[in-house]
Design a protein around this ligand. Sequence first.
Ligand SMILES: [Zn+2]
Length: 231
Amino acid sequence: MKKFHAKCFLISLSDEYMLFDSGYPADFNAIMHSWPQLLYKYLLPVNIEPQDVCLNQLEKENIKSEEIRYIFISHFHADHIGALRDFPKARFVCSGQEYKRLKKFSVFKQVSKGFVSKFLPDDFENRVIYIEDLQIVQDKIFPVCYALPFAEDIFAVALPGHTDGQFGLWLPRENTLLAADSAWTKENYTDNSLPHWIGLHFCENAKSFRETLELLKNLKNIKIILSHGDE
Ligand SMILES: [Zn+2]
């Protein structure tokens, strides 16, 4: 069985921090031990050690949970939002269209789409900033690009397909794109090879998925970091 890491990324702003996704929480397997969440556990077995949990990794770097002021949510799959409750002072930045669409589904349909609403803090909606409400930026590289009001030179860019409302982060100063789950491996966009069947199962829109792969393929000289890749 192939193993995939569920990564999250720390971004240092001028005097605060932002996370790109949260990874899984320490109590993931306990939370998922009921129906229909068991379905997710069965399809994507998760092995998480205490040292893997984002909060514990930050502690090692002497960064406290309260210092994380923003969490950018690329999309709502459980491996990206699992540990949001570990950050009570953070505001969340995500696609409002994606969130509002998922919220309407039954719990069973949510889980079948990889979204486990139990991972959202109770006050999620009081702390959220919707990307679609931000200022649109005309960008030469990314067709849909928004400016983050609290971070100069960091942009939210639409990378649809894996989920309809998936966003990545474009960091021009680092010449880096955090591309979330736009692809599972580099070969998906360099060699047009298709992802593992689980990857295709958690792919909402095959047409835009392929268009996003094409976009990545054409990003010459930009460092692309995938959430489950080996980079
Ligand atoms: Zn995903």
